[in-house]
Structure formats: structure tokens, C-alpha cells
Design a protein around this ligand. Structure first.
Ligand code: FES
Length: 140
């Protein structure tokens, strides 16, 4: 089954955020980002988490920061290819963002990933993951 998320025209350079429920019942933020127009599909969907630490790449105030086809982590500046999700520099080097399966047809973006279910546009209502790193609350 597939679910229409947005039109390709809605996906701006700073991303398009939505929330899904994952296979574990957790709310997970995902963002759409334009990919190189010559690549197929012209949009990719990445889980809104840096691979280095539990940090959002899409922030409500600024969206996703991009430069020359790369997503820049606002925390430590690692850069991820918008199309492949691969990071070749910074703290997250040699990792790849978690993807969510989508399809683009007739200018519309559809969620096709059987492991997740679309909940709503915008950020997750579960706000407890705003903390930079859950382990940072631990005190010895
Ligand atoms: S949290 Fe993204 S590079 Fe460190």
C-alpha cells in the first residue's frame, strides 16, 4: 500500500518533514529532500537523525541545512550526500542515513515502506527525544 505525502514541488531545498510510526510503535520523524535532478527519484526520504549522535538534521526553525547537494548536520557539521545519504566527512564519516522507501510518480511523492505508517505532516508529538543524547542524563 502507498500513501501520498506531498507533491515534489512541496519539497523545498530545506526539506519537508513528516512523522511516521515505525515497526516498534515509535514515532519517527522523516524528511524529504530534493536530490540531484538527474538522479532518480528526484526526492529522497531520510530518518531525521544524524548517524553520529541522536541529533535532528531537520530543525523546526531552519529546516535542513544543505550546501552543494549535501545535508549538513547542525551539531558537528558532518555532511551527507542528499541522494545516497552517505557521509564522507566529519564525525559521522563512512555511515549512511537511514532511509524510508518512497516512490515518485506524476510529480507526487508516495510512502511505500511497509515498515512504517504515515501519521502526520510536521514534527513528532513525542517531544522527549529533544534531548541531545539520552545518556547525557546519566550521572555517576
Ligand atoms: S551529531 Fe551529527 S555529526 Fe555529530
Amino acid at each position: 500500500m502507498r500513501y501520498r505525502i506531498a507533491s515534489v514541488a512541496d519539497v523545498r531545498k530545506d526539506g519537508y518533514l513528516f512523522t511516521v510510526r515505525d515497526a516498534h510503535g515509535e514515532e519517527t520523524e522523516v524528511f524529504l529532500i530534493p536530490c540531484d535532478e538527474n538522479e532518480k527519484p528526484p526526492v529522497q526520504a531520510w530518518v531525521n537523525n544524524c548517524t553520529h549522535e541522536q541529533q535532528r538534521l531537520y530543525r523546526e526553525e531552519i529546516g535542513v541545512v544543505t550546501r552543494d547537494g549535501e545535508i549538513i548536520c547542525p551539531k558537528h557539521g558532518s555532511t551527507f550526500d542528499s541522494c545516497s545519504g552517505y557521509c564522507d566527512s566529519g564525525e559521522a564519516a563512512e555511515t549512511t542515513l537511514l532511509s524510508v522507501e518512497i516512490e515518485v510518480e506524476d510529480g507526487q511523492v508516495y510512502l511505500t515502506d511497509d515498515d512504517v505508517r504515515f501519521l502526520h505532516d510536521g514534527p513528532s508529538d513525542d517531544d522527549d527525544d529533544d534531548a541531545p543524547d539520552s545518556t547525557s542524563h546519566l550521572q555517576l
